[in-house]
Write a protein that binds this ligand. Structure first.
Ligand SMILES: CCCCCCCCCCCCC/C=C/[C@@H](O)[C@H](CO)NC(=O)CCCCCCCCCCCCCCC
Ligand SMILES: Nc1ncnc2c1ncn2[C@@H]1O[C@H](COP(=O)(O)OP(=O)(O)OP(=O)(O)O)[C@@H](O)[C@H]1O
Ligand SMILES: [Ca+2]
Length: 541
């Protein structure tokens, strides 16, 4: 064994029946070994494995069974000692798996030295959570939340020595209310097991609690909000799971559990939604009026169908082809670097998110953060099939590129997509493009803007407000106010806010840059998407 002052530990250890050189570099923290392969003609030597310390899950002493002892170099040892390293291994499509490797040592002292060195390295990983508060929605998605947590997640948390307090929710808003009562500050993170709705509930609880403790009134739309440093982890067990998919790249409970264990951190923009100086809700994924609002309203009655309710209600809503009249006003996002028509999407360590945040901080330093109040508003009146505001791509298994493929997780802006009244056939063409490589914004009836703030008011409400004194007109609220006897469509839709319905159709929305943080890192860029390098976990920096 060699241990120079630089902090490198190099030993010849046993891997299966063969010897292999194993290196631990304390700085920058890398475990390396080369696969020993039986010397066969025409075969090159085994590949090198490199595991960064940040991706080691646990290390433990291992009992060697009799069968192993009787083979290869183990036979030469009087009393074999071994240790096992559990680490993250990347598989296809952004999937992470917990892999393990067992190294045999010539004596107990060497074995202990390796275990101690690896444990010290693990202890130096300061961003890892030690204590988590877990909320499980047993009724989300296919009602598998409890089983998924117990079978796939809890064993990994145990392996990583993470202690947990687990709450199985008994009713809607249980988690949200609970977050106002417990001592949240003793936890390094809050985990929700469920879908987007469950995440939304936990996020509302956490943001609300932090504002309450900071003395901030959420009803005031102008007040800056206090950021939440306690991270949220999502174990996907819902119907759409778009927040998980768009921040990790796959809906897979084991992958998400590993992102929590390694202590990943992905900031996330949150939109606050107000009406008449009353706080309504926060949104992180889709805030949709018209098509997605109607799908949600119809699908809520069919929760018993599970995730299939969205396809059923989607088909029904598509056939109804309802359009809505109203006015959308918005402030284009000036300070951001990207555009919704970019070809490049938001990935781990995204340059655009980073630069935009830097810009925002510079503005704060110059006292210019309120300058946006003076920025121009663009006003669009029209008949819309759908008005969608997304803070992230909204990629999900149904649509792997999402509603706005180039939207950013943490750039302080949202993409506002306006789908005007068009034929059923054209609307279908638009929808189908969410599932293939074609550009869904390349239609004359679709407009997309990157915005910091926007407002919407339905024509019905506008008419009611302007004719507030005309009691007669108010009674015909559901119909065209100009021609009460005609069949002009003035019905209201509802807003779909991350899978929950909003009570008001008129909204004022403001994006809050990086208000919350997730245990995620955004979607990773493999060097080669199809042939990722599984042995050395290679990624694009
Ligand atoms: C022909 C195929 C077209 C497929 C078009 C697929 C577009 C899918 C886009 C999904 C975007 C999801 C955005 C995320 C929203 C979440 O915050 C929210 C809470 O989980 N989920 C939903 O509201 C749940 C929303 C669920 C939406 C399902 C939409 C299904 C549309 C089906 C239209 C069928 C037309 C067929 C005509 C022959
Ligand atoms: N014990 C419970 N009983 C009934 N409803 C609950 C319970 N716990 C949580 N909820 C509510 O269930 C709603 C939906 O849950 P969840 O998001 O987990 O599943 P989903 O709607 O099937 O998935 P998605 O949101 O991804 O479409 C949440 O808004 C949450 O408030
Ligand atoms: Ca954003």
């Amino acid at each position: 064994m060699e241990q120079p002052p630089g902090g490198r530990l190099v030993s010849s250890l046993l891997l299966g029946p063969r010897g292999c050189e194993v290196t631990l570099e304390r700085e920058p923290g890398l475990l390396r070994w080369r696969d020993p392969q039986p010397p066969r003609r025409g075969r090159s030597s085994g590949g090198e494995n490199v595991v960064p310390a940040s991706e080691i899950i646990a290390v433990e002493e291992t009992e060697i069974d009799k069968k192993q002892c009787d083979s290869g170099k183990w036979q030469k040892m009087s009393k074999p000692h071994a240790f096992t390293v559990h680490y993250v291994k990347r598989a296809r499509n952004h999937r992470w798996r917990c892999s393990e490797i067992t190294f045999g040592c010539i004596d107990e002292q060497l074995c202990n030295q390796w275990i101690q060195a690896l444990k010290e390295l693990l202890d130096s990983q300061k961003s890892r959570p030690k204590q988590l508060l877990v909320y499980i929605n047993p009724y989300g998605g296919k009602r598998q939340g409890k089983r998924i947590y117990e079978q796939k997640v809890a064993p990994l948390f145990h392996l990583a020595s993470i202690s947990t307090d687990v709450v199985i929710t008994e009713h809607a808003n249980h988690a949200k209310d609970n977050l106002f009562e417990v001592n949240i500050y003793k936890y390094d993170g809050i985990v929700c097991v469920g879908g987007d709705g469950m995440f939304s509930e936990v996020m509302h609880g956490l943001i609300g609690r932090i504002q309450k403790d900071s003395g901030i009134d959420q009803n005031n739309p102008k007040t800056p909000l206090a950021q939440c440093s306690i991270r949220i982890g999502i174990i996907p067990a819902g119907s759409t799971d778009c927040i998980c998919y768009a921040t990790v790249g796959i809906v897979d409970p084991e992958t998400s559990a590993l992102h929590i264990i390694v202590g990943d951190c992905q900031p996330l923009d949150v939109s606050s939604i107000h009406h008449n100086n009353t706080f309504l809700k926060y949104s992180v994924s889709l805030l949709g009026y018209g098509f997605y609002g109607d799908i949600l309203r119809d699908s809520e009655k069919k929760r018993w169908m599970g995730p299939a309710r969205y396809d059923f209600s989607g088909f029904k809503t598509f056939l109804s082809h309802q359009y809505y009249e109203g006015t959308v006003s918005f402030q284009p996002a000036k300070g951001t670097v990207g555009s919704p028509r970019d070809k490049e999407s938001c990935r781990t360590g995204c340059r655009i998110c980073r630069q935009t945040k830097q810009l925002e901080e510079q503005q704060k330093n110059y006292g210019l953060e309120h300058k946006e109040v003076e920025d121009e508003w663009k006003v669009i009146k029209g008949k819309f099939l759908a008005i969608n505001a997304v803070n992230m791509s909204c990629a999900c298994p149904r649509s792997p590129k999402g509603l706005s493929p180039a939207a950013h997780l943490a750039d302080g802006s949202a993409d506002l997509i306006l789908v005007r009244k068009c034929s059923r056939f054209n609307f279908l063409r638009y929808l189908v493009r969410h599932t293939n490589q074609d550009d869904q914004f390349d239609f004359p009836f679709v407009d997309v803007y990157r915005v910091k703030r926007f407002q919407f008011m339905s024509k019905q409400l506008e008419d009611n407000e302007s004719d507030i004194k005309d009691v007669g007109k108010k009674r015909f609220g559901q119909f065209c106010s100009d021609h009460p006897a005609c069949c002009c469509n003035l019905a209201n839709s509802t807003w779909n806010c991350d899978g929950e319905t909003l009570d008001s159709s008129a909204v004022e929305v403001k994006v809050r840059c990086q208000l919350v943080k997730l245990f995620a890192r955004g979607i990773e860029n493999y060097k080669d998407e199809t042939a990722y390098n599984s042995s050395s976990n290679e990624l694009l920096s």
